[in-house]
Design a protein around this ligand. Structure first.
Ligand SMILES: Cc1cc2nc3c(=O)[nH]c(=O)nc-3n(C[C@H](O)[C@H](O)[C@H](O)COP(=O)(O)OP(=O)(O)OC[C@H]3O[C@@H](n4cnc5c(N)ncnc54)[C@H](O)[C@@H]3O)c2cc1C
Length: 481
């Protein structure tokens, strides 16, 4: 019987296992080194607070995550991010928190008046932005950094105050190195199609709601935290296929299969291996198969970040907390990159008389700050919140999570590197990559990567079993589109 080994029990590995099972393939083993399923997804309940150590929500626009929740019976557990005034993001600029202009879509305004009225951007900055329609598009299809693109089209002020901290922040990246093509390709497409982002925004179909209701939320989470998603996936998988607390030490070719050596001294002979591990871990594991592939995987950089969740009595906070939180431009010289007002963004995050704030530290531009021990991280977060939000009270909850080399960096040239990796991988039958390092680091992207890995295994098997037509039909439809 054909065997598959999936390495890594984060959301990508769990999704791979789930979609394989959906196709009726259960001859696999999912190996996870820690006792915890979900990888970077980790939610903790404490004293009535719901603390997310890693991701706290996912983009609703990318439907695959919502569809997976639906298939797992989690519909009644979905919680949308708050809308209207409670979704405003602030920017720490010139010693105060200033609201981002209403209608700002990441880097580009979709509404003229709120942008013109905004006190966040200076008049020269607004005028430079107004020139955007006359900036010629770049010929060709070359990759460009986020910083290069925004400076060229919209000016340095939009880069420094909005695009850098917001879009660079999502990837914990240095905007000068982040590939726009691999992270926010829609802006390149807009430039190509309309010759201008401002023109493109005007022509964009509006995000409308069903008649009479408010627009759909931008982000979605689960009532019990995202761990609920990982737990629901685990519950759907065959128990005998799951091996946690056991790591994969190496994968080596053996005849026309792969020998997967485990830390408990056993090994599995596999026809297919899915690497749903960070790419630098995968690099070490494929070294014996192909050192070239290993070195290409190792070239994908990772940076470290940390999150600190602080719970306070609401009566101890003077700030009105009307919004989703704030971002901090690097030029402001502070030690945090952003803060989510978690309890204002999502329901069920804190007891009624309390608030929960989540501070982000580190990333490509300040990695060393994220590598401090947990008490130092909490101290740093409190000092910064005192300066920025005037909070002097002692928190009733303080929890720090360190994420060492956890955020893959999609540097300029990332898409070319992926093509080379895929070309190299194609020389070996039965090897598959999934996870955050390749075609999107968000939860929906990782789920999609798991679905794609499952789909390619099913396709390979059905080609091998070609005479069995009925099985072919079954497997090509079982994983949807
Ligand atoms: C602080 C933070 C906040 C984030 N916030 C968001 C957010 O709000 N929304 C969003 O969409 N995304 C967010 N992300 C990104 C997202 O969480 C990750 O990209 C995603 O969870 C990664 O999933 P994965 O399965 O690729 O990898 P991982 O979750 O890293 O899983 C890989 C697994 O492999 C295991 N492993 C490693 N080596 C071995 C081995 N040798 N043998 C066996 N197992 C091994 C690890 O233990 C781990 O469980 C955030 C990321 C971080 C770090």
């Amino acid at each position: 019987m054909n065997q598959t080994v999936i390495i890594g029990g984060g959301i990508a590995g769990l999704a791979t296992a789930f979609y394989l099972r959906e196709c009726g393939l259960v001859d696999y083993t999912l190996v996870e080194q820690s006792p915890h399923w979900g990888g970077k997804i980790t939610s903790a309940q404490q004293d009535g607070f719901l603390v997310e150590g890693g991701p706290d929500s996912f983009l609703a626009q990318k439907k695959i995550a919502l569809e997976l929740c639906h298939r797992l019976g989690l519909d009644d557990q979905l919680v949308g991010s708050n809308r209207g005034k409670n979704s405003t993001t602030y920017v720490w600029s010139g010693g105060r928190l200033q609201p981002m202009p209403e209608g700002m879509m990441l880097m580009a305004p979709s509404m003229v008046l709120p942008f013109l009225r905004s006190r966040l951007i200076s008049w020269p900055g607004k005028m430079r932005m107004g020139m955007e329609m006359f900036v010629p598009r770049l010929p060709g299809d070359q990759d460009e950094s986020l910083a290069g693109f925004v400076r060229r089209r919209l000016g340095a002020e939009i880069l420094n105050k909005i695009a850098g901290p917001l879009m660079g922040g999502i990837h914990a990246a240095d905007p000068e190195m982040l590939s726009l093509k691999s992270t926010f390709p829609m802006f390149l497409e807009m430039e190509k199609k309309h010759g201008s982002l401002v023109r493109g925004m005007m022509k964009r179909p509006k995000r409308t709601a069903a008649h009479g209701s408010s627009p759909p939320p931008m982000f979605v989470s689960l009532r019990g935290g995202l761990q609920q998603l990982a737990d629901a996936l685990v519950a759907e998988l065959p128990a005998e296929a799951l091996r946690s607390g056991c790591s994969v030490l190496s994968v080596s070719p053996q005849a026309d299969r792969y020998k997967v050596a485990l830390s408990d001294g056993t090994s599995i002979l596999a026809d297919d291996v899915v690497f749903a591990t960070p790419s630098y871990v995968t690099a070490g594991l494929v070294e014996q198969i192909d050192p070239r592939l290993a070195s290409m995987l190792r070239a994908i950089r990772y940076v470290s970040t940390a999150t600190v969740s602080l719970g306070f009595k609401r009566s101890d906070i003077q700030h009105p907390l009307q919004g989703a939180g704030f971002i901090v431009p690097r030029s402001e010289g502070r030690r945090i990159t952003a803060c989510s007002w978690s309890s204002e963004k999502f329901a069920h995050r804190a007891p009624g008389d309390s608030v929960l704030l989540r501070v982000f530290i580190g990333g490509a531009l300040a990695e060393d700050l994220a590598e401090q021990d947990e008490p130092a991280l909490v101290r740093l977060a409190r000092e910064e919140l005192q300066t920025i939000m005037g909070i002097t009270a002692t928190p009733v909850l303080a929890k720090a999570y360190r994420w060492h080399k956890a955020n893959p960096q999609y540097d300029v040239g990332h898409s070319q590197r992926l093509l080379e990796i895929e070309r190299c991988l194609a020389e070996f039958r039965g090897l598959h990559l999934a996870g955050a390092a390749y075609r999107g680091a968000g939860i929906p992207d990782c789920i999609q990567s798991g679905m794609n890995a499952a789909r390619s295994i099913v396709t390979e098997r059905t080609h091998a079993d070609a005479p069995h037509q009925h099985q072919h039909q079954h497997s090509s439809v079982c994983i949807g589109t």
